[in-house]
Design a protein around this ligand. Structure first.
Ligand code: NAP
Length: 495
C-alpha cells in the first residue's frame, strides 16, 4: 500500500490535501504535529481512505511543541474517534495499552525512527518492538550508504507479522521504491515535491510514473543503474516504461554507489537481474564481476551487467551504439572505402574515460585514423597505446586533420550548459561533430558547430541504442527503439 503523509499546518489545507491524496493513495497519514489546533473530528469524518494519525515528538524527528500529556491525549482521542491507524512511538506505547483500544477497530503501529544511521541490530530491535502487542511494527532508519538497504531487506525477509521498514535519505530511496519486493506493509510517497515528511521521500508522481512501482510484487525482478550521481538519469523512466509496455514483471531503480566492491558483494543477496553502469564505475566494476565479455575486456570498460544464474557477467554496449550513430551519419559509401563508412576517416576524440575507450576501440576496429586528445595527457597516451592510435594535447587541436570530431568528456553537460570543450575556431564546415552528451540534447559545442556549417549529432541516438542493446542483453528481446526515443525526447526536451 502507498501512504501519502499530509503535513499542512492549518485545517483547511489538511482537508484539501487529504481529499487530493485520497485520489491516488491507499492510506493517508495525518501528521498532527505539523498542525495548529487539530480538529480530529473534522479530519476523520467523511474520509474516503483509511487514515493513520501520527503526532510525532521532536525526539523522533517530529514537530509537536506541546507537553507529552497533550501529545498522548490527542492519540487517545484518535482511538476514541475510531481512526483506522494510530502511530505511537516505541517509548510511549505503554500509555496506549490494548485496554485503551479495547472494542475499537483502530490498529496500533509501534514505531522506531533513527535519523542518524541504520543500526546492525534491526532484527533484535524488531523482536523487542513485537512484544508490545501492536498490530504493526514500524522501523525506519537513515541510510549513510547504499548497503544499509540490505539490512532492511534482511529484516523484512526474516520478521514475522506486519512490518513497515525502509531507509531514509538519498541512499535509502531504493528501499522506499522496492517496498513490496522487500516485503514492507506499506511505503510513503509525498503528495508533491516540497511536501515530504522525511528525507528521501519521493513524490507519488515519480513513484507511479518513473518507477511504475505499483506493478511490483514479491517476485518482481530488480534491475538498476550503478553510478554517482544517479538522480538525474533518464534510464529509470526508459526501462520501467519498456518493462510495463512489454509486460515484464520487472523494475529498474537507481543505485547511488560510492564503493563499488562493497555494493556488488552486498547486493548479490538480492539477486539483482541486471545493471547499467555509469560514471565513475565503468572501469572499476570489472574487478568485481565473475566474467567479462571479450570485447568489454579489450575496451577495459563495462556499462552493462547480466546476472546469469548468480554469475555477474560484464558487457559494453556503448561502443556499438556510438559506432552505429557514426555510421548512420557518415556519407554514403564511396568506391575507395566500400561499405565501410568509417574506414580511413580522421577522427579526433576528446576524452580518455570509459566512453572514449569504448568509442576509440570501435573506431579502430572500423579502420578509422583516431587521435585522442585529453586534459590529462598521460591518460590520452595510455589509451592511445592500448588502442594503437595517436594522442595529442588540447593546444595542438588546430593542427589535427579532422573529418569527425567527437566529444566524450562531460564538458557542456547539464547544469554547466554554457561550457564547451574546444574553441569554435577549431570547427571546420566539412566536419561531422558528435557530442556524446545527451542532456542538453543540443550542447553549446553542437550549436557552434552548426553555425559554422558542420553536420552535427547529439548523444541521444547513442543513448537510445545502448539502452536498447542493454535491454536485449538482459531479456533476450529487442525493445521498440521508437518508444525509447519518444520517452527520452519527452523527458529531455519536453520538460
Ligand atoms: P569518465 O570515465 O569519467 O571520463 C571523463 C573524461 O572527460 C575524462 O577523459 C576526463 O579527463 C574528461 N573531462 C572531465 N572533465 C573535464 C573538463 N572539465 N575538461 C576537460 N576534460 C574533462 O566519463 P565517461 O563515462 O567516459 O563519460 C564521458 C561523457 O560521455 C559524459 O558526458 C557522458 O554523458 C557521455 N556518455 C554518453 C553516452 C550516451 O549514450 N550518449 C554513453 C556514455 C557516456 P581527465 O582524464 O583529464 O580527467
Amino acid at each position: 500500500m502507498i501512504c501519502i503523509p499530509v503535513i499542512a499546518n492549518n485545517l483547511d489545507d489538511v482537508l484539501r490535501d487529504i481529499a487530493e491524496a485520497s485520489m491516488v493513495a491507499d492510506i493517508i497519514e495525518v501528521r498532527l504535529d505539523y498542525l495548529k489546533n487539530p480538529d480530529l473530528k473534522r479530519i476523520l469524518e467523511g474520509r474516503t481512505k483509511p487514515v493513520i494519525i501520527t503526532n510525532r515528538p521532536v525526539r523522533e524527528g517530529g514537530k509537536f511543541a506541546g507537553s507529552e500529556e497533550e501529545r498522548i491525549a490527542l492519540l487517545k482521542l484518535a482511538i476514541q474517534l475510531q481512526a483506522d491507524y494510530v502511530d505511537i512511538e516505541h517509548d510511549s506505547i505503554q500509555h496506549i495499552s490494548r485496554d485503551t483500544a479495547h472494542g475499537i477497530s483502530t490498529k496500533l503501529i509501534v514505531s522506531y525512527h533513527n535519523f542518524k544511521e541504520t543500526p546492525d541490530n534491526l532484527i533484535s530491535l524488531h523482536q523487542k518492538l513485537s512484544q508490545y502487542g501492536a498490530d504493526i511494527v514500524k522501523i525506519v532508519s537513515y541510510a549513510n550508504t547504499i548497503t544499509d538497504n540490505v539490512k532492511v531487506y534482511r529484516l523484512l525477509r526474516q520478521a514475522r507479522g506486519r512490518v513497515i521498514s525502509f531507509c531514509m535519505g538519498e541512499y535509502g530511496m531504493i528501499s522506499r521504491i522496492l517496498y513490496k519486493r522487500f516485503g514492507s506493509y506499506l511505503t510513503f510517497a509525498s503528495l508533491q515535491k516540497g511536501k515530504e515528511s522525511a528525507p528521501g521521500q519521493i513524490s507519488i508522481q515519480e513513484f507511479l510514473h518513473t518507477y511504475q512501482a505499483q506493478r511490483q510484487d514479491k517476485g518482481t525482478d530488480i534491475y538498476g543503474l550503478i553510478g554517482n550521481p544517479v538522480s538525474h538519469s533518464i534510464s529509470p523512466i526508459i526501462h520501467n516504461t519498456i518493462f510495463k509496455e512489454m509486460n515484464f514483471n520487472s523494475i529498474y531503480v537507481p543505485f547511488k554507489v560510492d564503493n563499488i566492491g562493497d555494493f556488488i558483494r552486498a547486493f548479490r543477496e538480492l539477486d539483482i537481474k541486471g545493471y547499467s553502469v555509469t560514471i565513475p564505475h565503468k572501469e572499476s566494476v570489472i574487478n568485481h564481476l565473475d566474467e567479462i565479455d571479450p570485447t568489454a575486456k579489450k575496451i577495459g570498460a563495462v556499462n552493462t551487467v547480466i546476472n546469469r544464474n548468480g554469475e555477474l557477467v560484464g558487457f559494453n554496449t556503448d561502443y556499438k551504439a556510438a559506432i552505429q550513430v557514426l555510421e548512420n551519419m557518415s556519407q554514403a559509401p564511396d568506391v575507395k572505402t566500400g561499405n565501410d563508412r568509417l574506414k580511413e576517416k580522421y577522427v579526433t576524440l576528446l576524452g580518455a574515460g570509459g566512453a572514449a575507450r569504448a568509442i576509440s576501440f570501435g573506431l579502430q576496429e572500423r579502420g578509422a585514423q583516431v587521435t585522442i586528445v585529453n586534459r590529462n595527457f598521460e591518460r590520452a597516451q595510455s589509451l592511445a597505446r592500448d588502442v594503437g592510435c595517436l594522442s595529442r594535447k588540447f593546444e595542438d587541436l588546430s593542427g589535427i586533420n579532422t573529418d569527425i570530431l567527437i566529444n566524450a568528456t562531460p564538458v557542456g553537460m547539464f547544469p554547466a550548459v554554457h561550457e564547451t570543450p574546444i574553441d569554435k575556431n577549431n570547427l571546420k564546415p566539412n566536419m561531422l561533430v558528435f557530442d556524446t552528451i545527451y542532456n542538453p540534447s543540443e550542447t553549446r559545442l553542437l550549436r557552434e558547430a552548426r553555425a559554422r556549417g558542420c553536420r552535427i549529432v547529439g548523444g541521444l541516438p547513442m543513448f537510445v541504442n545502448q539502452a536498447a542493446a542493454q535491454f536485449e542483453l538482459w531479456t533476450g528481446i529487442k525493445p521498440p527503439l521508437k518508444l525509447i526515443e519518444e520517452i527520452a525526447f519527452k523527458k529531455l526536451v519536453g520538460e
